[in-house]
Design a protein around this ligand. Structure first.
Ligand SMILES: Cc1cc2nc3c(=O)[nH]c(=O)nc-3n(C[C@H](O)[C@H](O)[C@H](O)COP(=O)(O)O)c2cc1C
Length: 226
């Protein structure tokens, strides 16, 4: 099969506007061929890179036992760094006699969907861990930091777009990085490899995804100065 014949969503603008975080519509039963993942990675590696130096590396996992261990790290991170602080904050509010806070509807949907992913992560056929073997930036901002992060994220996003065009869904996740050392142990990662993002990947149930709501353009675009 040629590359082009695997494309099922071919319109560039549609791919760019409808590549959403897919969590509930991942087909957990359908295997994802290794060569398809590798084809998408090759496409993604055409993204821009700082100093023309290729530092992005991928650890692709389809072994069920390893996926189980990775999912366990992910779950612990969500529990420790998302759910536990939420419970603590709501208990503190209750102790102060304040009413419990309702999340906005969209945020509530995202949280439910994120929780669903967490519960099923071990069943997702392929987990792609992307990162860099470049020197880690010492400052959070500036040229080196931009070069470091900016050499990984365009590749990660291109990978999600290539997946989407071929009927695969993914979501950009980072929460496990709170426990990056535990993930490094599971995958025997070298110290020189800095984890950046974990993408669960599966075929999607259906191909119809919609653009997300965004702020009015006038609020975000400034012509000829701020
Ligand atoms: C840097 C970054 C890290 C993220 N980490 C997580 C994560 O750990 N788990 C998760 O479920 N969603 C995570 N998200 C959110 C989703 O990837 C997604 O962007 C969000 O749910 C909005 O959904 P949409 O892509 O359909 O607009 C992260 C997003 C970004 C940009």
């Amino acid at each position: 099969m040629t590359t082009a014949s695997r494309v099922v969503v071919g319109d560039v603008d549609e791919v760019l506007t409808t590549t959403r975080a897919v969590r509930k519509r991942l087909d957990l039963q359908r295997p994802v061929p290794r060569e398809l993942v590798e084809e998408c990675i090759d496409i993604a590696r055409q993204a821009p890179i700082a100093e023309n130096a290729e530092h992005t590396r991928f650890v692709v996992v389809d072994d069920p036992a390893l996926r189980g261990e990775m999912a366990a790290v992910y779950r612990r991170a969500v529990e420790q760094f998302v759910l536990e602080p939420m419970r603590r904050r709501s208990q503190e509010r209750a102790e102060r006699g304040e009413p419990s806070r309702e999340l906005p509807a969209r945020m509530k949907r995202i949280m439910e969907s994120a929780y669903h992913l967490m519960e099923h992560l071990h069943e997702v056929p392929v987990l792609v861990l992307a990162g860099s073997d470049d020197r880690a930036p010492r400052e959070p901002l500036g040229a080196h930091a931009s070069g470091f992060w900016g050499s990984v994220y365009p590749t990660v996003w291109s990978l999600q777009l290539a997946f989407r065009s071929r009927g695969l869904g993914s979501s950009l996740t980072c929460i496990h990085l709170h426990l990056a050392d535990e993930m490094a142990d599971v995958l025997a990662l070298p110290e020189s490899f800095h984890q950046v993002a974990l993408l669960p990947v599966a075929y999607t149930h259906g191909l119809d995804f919609k653009p997300a709501p965004r702020l009015p353009r006038d609020e975000v675009v400034h012509w000829n100065g701020w």
